[in-house]
Write a protein that binds this ligand. Structure first.
Ligand code: SPV
Ligand code: MG
Length: 550
């Protein structure tokens, strides 16, 4: 695909300009800056990947691995500098096969002996015979897995000091062997010799040039002289080395990162470069969002004199039933459902609530204020997914699971047994939190909870009993949105004067009053039905029953 794209560039009437990369991020920078293709530079890879000289010390597989990383990071074609093909024609075959099947658009193979040394280094540069190199070219062409794969034959004749005539002979021979382009390399201080070569070249295949040693030669100039492909081979690496050196020097001297501000890329630039936004989009598309674990707030501020002397020295939630307090039992239940962020709103005898691993909030005005005020004494804990429960109830663990799984924004556990009890016996205990749901329950001697939570229309202790469909057990769930509704209702209520729903004033508002406000603001408050399965400790009789039941 990319090889095909590179071939289409070859067919266009303009120069193809490459810049060298030494890793995936430098390749992406090359791409972002508009180059036609990436040159996987052996000079750059040796330096950046291993901090070693460019002397065939990297193996074919090491180069291939980086070339693959680069190819994955960019959309433009990648041409890999494969030195001499890592050996003889047999090694070249494997090289061509591996690189072409990895989706690399093309490779460059040079006529240096194995191991080679960087063309730009001083000292000897030995070349294999013309015939041997022609064999490498034929081998590369025959082993490529796609016919579009581009094989650039590179002659080092000028580097080895063999002169223009030898360079021409070799280039000619490599072309006949099937090369798709000829790279004529030179380390002369001027472009003169490559320009001369180009002049005598009769245009049988495109010419490639690497203007490292004659940097004043422009793309336009080289292109006009007949070069089709121009490779700025090592400038990204050298830019990085210069920048890192300069900034590390300052940083080490100053010992404070701020001194580099403005000199270095911002984090945002790096995020953009490596595609953080795209990866975040993938996350939200493919990874189911881990639901945040819910927290719980236990309301335990009040004092009930009907329980005296049991609660003389402690709040009701600390009453022990068979060796464990109600609060401890509640915490055990919550922990078993994965709820570990537990807050307690205390008031009466708050100092006695000394339980490890809870966050304690205090409503010092518990005598003159209602449960809503106690709840908001724990405002810091009112966030995320939240359970709110009375400190005097015990319930079946399954209720907790159903509530947490209910996908409601505000869900209240509602006991349907109240409905039957009241229907048949015409009585109901005082002080129960009653609800009226939109849907009327069907009476029967069997019970199955409604598969869908029911809409609650009214909640309070003074509802018209004929409309009541169940009793709120004092266990509620709020989604983050539900918590927001609760806070909005509380903020709105705080600015009211006079009676507030069933309370004489907002200060004395109960949880039910606040929930009714949420409903009246048009938000859905849902009932999760149960039939018994819970108990509360409100009276002496409740306490005795709790002992009997647990
Ligand atoms: C490279 O970039 O590795 C090259 C070009 O082969 S040069 O270093 O100029 O030889
Ligand atoms: Mg090289």
């Amino acid at each position: 695909m990319k090889a095909g794209h590179f071939r289409s560039l070859l067919a266009q009437n303009r120069p193809i300009v490459l810049a060298g990369a030494h890793d995936a991020i430098s390749a992406r920078i090359v791409e972002r800056n508009g180059f036609d293709a990436v040159w996987v530079s052996s000079f750059g890879l040796s330096a950046a990947q291993k901090s070693m000289p460019d002397m065939n010390v990297l193996t074919m597989t090491e180069v291939l691995e980086v070339a693959k990383n680069i190819n994955t990071a960019v959309r433009i074609p990648v041409i890999a500098d494969c030195d001499n093909g890592y050996g003889n024609a047999i090694n070249v075959m494997r090289t061509a096969e591996e690189f072409s099947s990895a989706g690399i658009a093309g490779i460059s193979i040079e006529d240096a002996t194995f191991p080679k040394r960087c063309s730009l280094y001083g000292g000897r540069h030995d070349l294999v015979s013309v015939e041997e190199m022609a064999g490498r070219v034929r081998a590369a062409k025959s082993a490529a897995t796609t016919s579009d794969f581009v094989v650039i034959a590179r002659t080092e004749a000028l580097i080895a000091g063999l002169g223009l005539q030898e360079a021409m002979t070799r280039a000619d021979s490599y072309t006949k062997a099937g090369a798709d382009a000829i790279l004529i390399h030179s380390k002369a201080k001027s472009s003169q010799e490559v320009l001369e070569f180009a002049k005598s070249w009769e245009g049988r295949v495109p010419l490639v040039v690497v203007p490292t040693m004659f940097p004043s030669a422009s793309v336009e100039e080289l292109s006009q002289a007949g070069f089709k492909i121009i490779i700025f081979a090592n400038h990204a690496l050298r830019a990085a080395v210069a920048a890192m050196n300069a900034q590390m020097k300052i940083l080490h001297q100053e010992g404070r990162a701020e001194v580099l501000d403005g000199n270095i890329a911002s984090l945002q630039e790096v995020y953009d470069l490596v595609g953080v936004p795209e990866f975040q989009a993938r996350e939200s598309e493919f990874i189911p969002s881990e639901q945040e674990a819910p927290g719980a707030v236990i309301l335990a501020a009040g004092f009930e004199k009907q329980l005296l002397p049991l609660n003389e020295d402690k709040p009701k939630t600390l009453l022990e039933i068979k060796g464990r307090s109600i609060l401890e039992r509640q915490m055990h239940l919550l922990h078993s459902a994965g709820v570990h962020q537990i807050s307690v709103c205390a008031g009466y005898r708050a100092e006695t609530v000394k339980i490890p691993n809870i966050q304690l909030f205090e409503n010092p005005h518990y005598e003159s204020t209602g449960i809503a005020a106690s709840l908001f004494s724990a405002e810091a804990a009112l966030k995320g997914r939240l359970l709110v429960m009375y400190g005097d109830i015990l319930f079946d663990r399954a209720l907790l699971d159903r509530l947490l799984d209910s996908e409601t924004d505000v869900g209240l556990v509602v006991d349907r047994a109240w409905y039957d009890l009241y229907r048949t016996e015409g009585q109901s205990p005082d002080g129960a939190d009653l609800v009226t749901t939109e849907e009327r329950p069907v009476t029967s001697h069997r019970f199955l909870p409604s598969p869908e939570p029911l809409h609650i229309r009214k909640i309070g202790q003074k509802l018209d009993k004929r409309q009541v469909t169940g009793e709120f057990i004092g266990l509620a769930y709020f989604s983050p949105l539900g918590v927001q509704w609760l806070k909005e209702a509380y903020a709105k209520g705080a600015s009211t004067s006079g009676p507030y729903y069933e309370a004489p004033s907002f200060r004395q508002a109960s949880l039910c009053d606040l929930l009714q406000a949420v409903i009246d603001q048009g938000h859905p408050v849902k009932a999760i039905e149960t039939y018994k399965g819970w108990l509360e400790v409100d009276t002496f009789e409740d306490y005795r029953r709790a002992w009997a039941k647990l």
